[in-house]
Design a protein around this ligand. Structure first.
Ligand code: ADP
Ligand code: ASP
Ligand code: MG
Length: 457
């Protein structure tokens, strides 16, 4: 895959493409070869998890334990900086982030409490530390252009929902026009942070785990880019997670609809909201491997050459099934309204739902159950039963809701052999791109393998 010279390209590199000096140099070469105008990076591999551990440790443990994690973060980043022969300015820039990290951690550790705002201050440090490293590696390759580190918080403006902030597209557009024109017209190359933004007051926010893909798409939209490239550790989107099913094979071309369905239904390769800005602005997306940049990868476009009945399988983990039952539901109106009003108030997203005369079954993320008040409120209207540790397995493709016999084929495949897979809930008919069902998480891999064999081969 090669980009044409005239194209404005935003390229994003995920954590595994930023794991050490070698990976960063390799990724920089990919960005250089593809003439990326803006390069968006994730934190180095494992750093965001380490920062989350730092938050937990600061709340629950000693300052000494916090210092151990802080030193680990500092050592791994300064080691890469030294291997890349970063200038003293860049090292100073990184040390400023490290000092800030230490100060916030100290505050949390003293209070033994962490506000969502402070947590975003900490987790955002990963990208603030990795982006200077990419700036150095990319700067080494360019002779005719200046490579600059750009603070993404000047452009990605969001609301105040720390941890899962919602971007303001209009402001992003205005700010892109204001700040990114140098990169758009090719005089400069900007390296910037994925995952973070800032609210109206300028305080750092984050877009949710895996959010760097979304950041890159927002910047591509804001700049009016011609192409968005997502570089990761697998050569494009496959028919299912290649780590789960060895017969998974790469997909060369897929529609926005199908890929968005995959991302929403758990395919980790893309953050679920990534494709919204790209689709809205008609920007094609390429997904490829920074390890094998010449492999064909996957093109995500408005339309694709083929529209198979089953394109892919996805698995959304950590699901709970809530079953609400009450005879009051029979021939009554307003019951669903009442319970959804409660979910709305607690800002809980319901992923799938089925109803009968006297009961409603719906799925939510396992972590939502930590909020006992939500369940108590629901119990005012109905008896509530909860099943945890489930997985929502999806069959994704085209015309799925209008194809006779697909359900029968699917259930036959799940029941084949000695170990029959118990299906807890089915959602079929609402989407022409998706048929999903709920199984115990221990059965999800087997369900995917069997369905892959049956529908994809
Ligand atoms: P990055 O750090 O580059 O953002 P991620 O780990 O977030 O990378 O996403 C890449 C991973 O997504 C792959 O290693 C793979 O295990 C997983 N994945 C899940 N579903 C798919 C799929 N359908 N095709 C390819 N990869 C998938
Ligand atoms: N570093 C963040 C995370 O690990 C964002 C990203 O990598 O996309 O979730
Ligand atoms: Mg990712």
């Amino acid at each position: 895959m090669s980009a044409e010279k005239t194209k404005v390209t935003v390229a994003k590199f995920g954590g595994s493409s930023m794991s050490d000096a070698t990976a960063i140099k390799r990724s920089a070469k990919v960005a250089f070869d593809h003439m990326a105008n803006v390069v968006v990076v994730s934190a180095t591999y494992g750093t965001t998890n380490l920062l989350l551990k730092l938050v937990d440790t600061a709340i629950t443990d000693s300052w000494k334990k916090c210092q151990e994690i802080l030193s680990d973060i500092e050592d791994r980043h300064l080691k890469i900086a030294s291997e890349l022969e970063a200038s003293p300015n860049i090292v100073e820039e990184m040390k400023t982030v490290l000092r800030e990290l230490e100060t916030i951690t100290k505050g949390i550790n003293l209070l033994k409490d962490c506000s969502p705002k402070a947590k975003d201050g900490i987790v955002s440090a990963g990208e603030r530390l990795s982006s200077p490293l990419m700036t150095v590696a990319l700067g080494e390759l360019y002779e005719d252009k200046k490579v600059e580190l750009f603070d993404v918080r000047k452009v990605i403006k969001t609301d105040d929902q720390f941890g899962s902030a919602v971007p303001d597209f209009n402001l992003i557009k205005t700010n892109s026009d204001k700040h990114l024109m140098g990169a758009k017209y090719g005089e400069l190359v900007y390296v910037t942070q994925g995952f973070l933004g800032s609210n109206e007051a300028g305080t750092t926010t984050t877009l949710g785990r895996g959010g760097s893909d979304y950041s890159a798409a927002l910047l591509a939209e804001g700049m009016g880019a011609d192409l968005l490239e997502i570089w990761t550790d697998v050569a494009g989107i496959a028919t299912t997670d290649p780590r789960v099913c060895e017969t998974a094979r790469p997909i060369n071309e897929i529609t926005f609809q199908e890929a968005a369905e995959m991302a929403t239904m758990g395919a980790k390769i893309l953050h679920p909201t990534t494709l919204t800005p790209a689709k809205r602005s008609g920007i094609p997306v390429f997904v490829g491997s920074s390890l094998e940049p010449d492999a064909p990868g996957t093109w995500i476009k408005e339309e694709s050459k083929d529209a198979p009945l089953v394109r892919a399988l996805a698995n959304r983990k950590d699901q709970s099934l809530l079953t609400l039952s009450t005879p009051d539901m029979l021939h009554q109106h307003g019951f669903l309204f009442k319970i959804f009003e409660i979910f709305n108030r607690y800002q809980v997203s319901v992923d799938s739902i089925t109803t009968s005369e006297i009961s409603v079954a719906l799925t939510i993320e396992d972590s939502t159950l930590l909020n006992k008040k939500l369940i108590n409120e629901l119990e005012n209207f109905a008896s509530v039963s909860v099943e945890e540790d489930l997985s929502l397995v999806s069959v994704i493709g085209n015309h799925i809701n209008h194809t006779p016999g697909i359900a029968q084929k699917l259930f036959n495949a799940l029941q084949e052999g000695d170990s029959k897979i118990n299906v807890r809930m089915i959602c079929h008919g609402a989407s022409k791109h998706n048929f999903c069902f709920l199984v115990h998480e221990d059965d999800a891999t087997m369900a995917i393998k069997r369905l892959h064999k049956e529908f994809i081969g």
